[in-house]
Design a protein around this ligand. Structure first.
Ligand code: ATP
Ligand code: MG
Length: 434
């Protein structure tokens, strides 16, 4: 993509209600535009990141055996009346009447709808277990939408639902998802900390929250330091769940089960939540199957959510400096920028275009900054939007056979001989997954 053809409306001033760094940087770098409180348009750069995150989430769901589908945003009130949540949900639910006066709602979550789909088609234990997911916009009329996309009213969530014959099966499904969640966040270069959580209005017996570490996070976490150095190859959910981890109001210094030298204290942001809630919805919504002995039993269910749009903000909270965003490579909107500092110069143009077509052919998402603007603006814009690897082509360096390569994550610039540029850049783009 050529920068001159791309729509990146970077701005200098941010509105005063943008209190936290990710909100400020998303507005400054032209990723989002607020449309009304807690509701945003995703501009091209923001949408690219959202889609990259969505894709990692999708791949790990698919790897764990979940089936992708898509349920509507607008639901009928009927199933919610049956489950008893139509009244319980209160003002957070956006209620709508259609032209014939029928009660509808904009889905804040999908337990009711998915249970109804399940019970329409599945009648035997032989068809279990099943795990279904979708990545769809949700609406919750939050009391205080704030922090940009972190607490929106309209937000993108991946939610899935597992169906098992009994508690034992449900625990296996729960642990599969638990593992998929840890893998998902690790692939984004984040440090996930899983904590035992309250089940809240969804109800049920077992629940974990997933927080990611960021200095600017809202929660204070106390946890075993082992949780910071997980090995992706050998993740054992039972073992992970046995490590100590607590948020500040659960943590009691005098009754902490682990030694002080193993205890870490950091700030975190909640990005995912998983629940096992037994037969709470299946009983109310008639999701029964026949077991081996021909007996009708209510299925055991779990639900699992990841805040896909919240992750965009959380990733920025975890990866930024005073110049802007430092995207981990796995989610970066562009992996590489080519900064042509002298678009009026024939040699700079020829070299830039050569690299642009080379890296595009290598399937590397590249932003070619061909704009006629000051060198300072070019450098600061590319730092602001956070491209992890940047090739900087200047007239004088080029004449001397040299080109600069910048590693945005380490904030280090090296001068490289022209014939090594492709090799060095490719290496930087492929080493250490993030
Ligand atoms: P919270 O306690 O933050 O309100 P929740 O318990 O209501 O979260 P869930 O219903 O478990 O959240 O939703 C799953 C995930 O969806 C959360 O972990 C979070 O990442 C995301 N999420 C929830 N509410 C919002 C929101 N208003 N804006 C953006 N993301 C959200
Ligand atoms: Mg909530």
């Amino acid at each position: 993509m050529k920068y001159s053809e791309f729509f990146i409306p970077t701005v200098k001033d941010v509105p005063s209600d943008a209190e936290i760094i990710s909100h400020k940087l998303m507005i400054k770098s032209g990723m989002i535009k607020q449309s009304s409180a807690g509701i945003y348009s995703w501009l091209p750069l923001g949408l690219k990141v959202l889609k990259n995150i969505e894709q990692i989430v999708r791949e790990e769901q698919d790897n764990a055996g979940a089936n992708e589908m898509l349920m509507p945003t607008i639901q009928s009130a009927d199933l919610w009346i049956k489950s008893g949540r139509y009244d319980d949900y209160g003002k957070e639910m956006l209620r709508i009447n259609d032209r014939s006066g029928r009660e509808m709602l904009y889905g804040p979550t999908n337990e009711e709808l998915i249970t109804d789909i399940f019970q329409t088609y599945i009648t035997s234990y032989r068809e279990l277990p099943k795990n279904l997911y979708h990545i769809q916009w949700k609406f919750r009329d939050e009391l205080r939408p704030r922090f940009g996309v972190m607490r929106g009213r309209e937000f993108l969530m991946k939610d899935n639902y597992s169906f098992d014959l009994n508690e034992e099966g449900a625990k296996i499904s729960y642990n599969k998802m638990f593992k998929a969640y840890i893998k998902t966040f690790l692939r984004m270069g984040l440090t996930p900390i899983s904590l035992r959580a309250e089940t809240g209005p969804i109800g049920g017996n077992l629940s974990h929250e997933f927080q990611i570490l960021a200095n600017t996070g809202e929660s204070t976490l106390y946890y075993d330091k082992e949780l910071e150095s997980l090995d992706t190859e050998s993740l054992d959910p039972d073992k992970l769940q046995s490590y100590y981890a607590a948020v500040d109001d659960q943590h009691d210094e005098n009754n902490c089960p682990i030694a002080k030298e193993n205890l870490k204290i950091s700030k975190g942001i909640e990005v995912g939540h998983v629940f096992y809630f037994g037969t709470k919805y299946s009983e109310k919504l008639n999701a029964y199957v026949q077991d081996k002995d021909g007996k009708r039993v209510a299925v055991h269910m779990g639900s699992y959510g990841i805040g896909v749009s919240r992750l965009v903000g959380a990733l920025i909270e975890a990866n930024h400096d005073e110049k802007g965003i430092k995207w981990p490579k796995s989610v970066a909107p562009f992996k590489l920028s080519i900064l042509n500092l002298m678009p009026d110069d024939q040699n700079c143009n020829t070299k830039s275009l050569e690299y642009y077509s080379y890296f595009m052919d290598e399937n590397i998402e590249t932003l070619y900054d061909d704009r006629i603007c000051s060198i300072g603006k070019k450098l600061s814009d590319n730092d602001l939007i956070g491209t992890p690897v940047q090739i900087i082509i200047g007239k004088r360096d080029l004449a001397a056979g040299i080109i600069e390569i910048k590693d945005r994550i380490l904030n280090k610039t090296e001068k490289i001989k022209i014939d090594e540029v492709k090799k060095v850049a490719l290496k930087k783009l492929t080493i250490n997954a993030f």
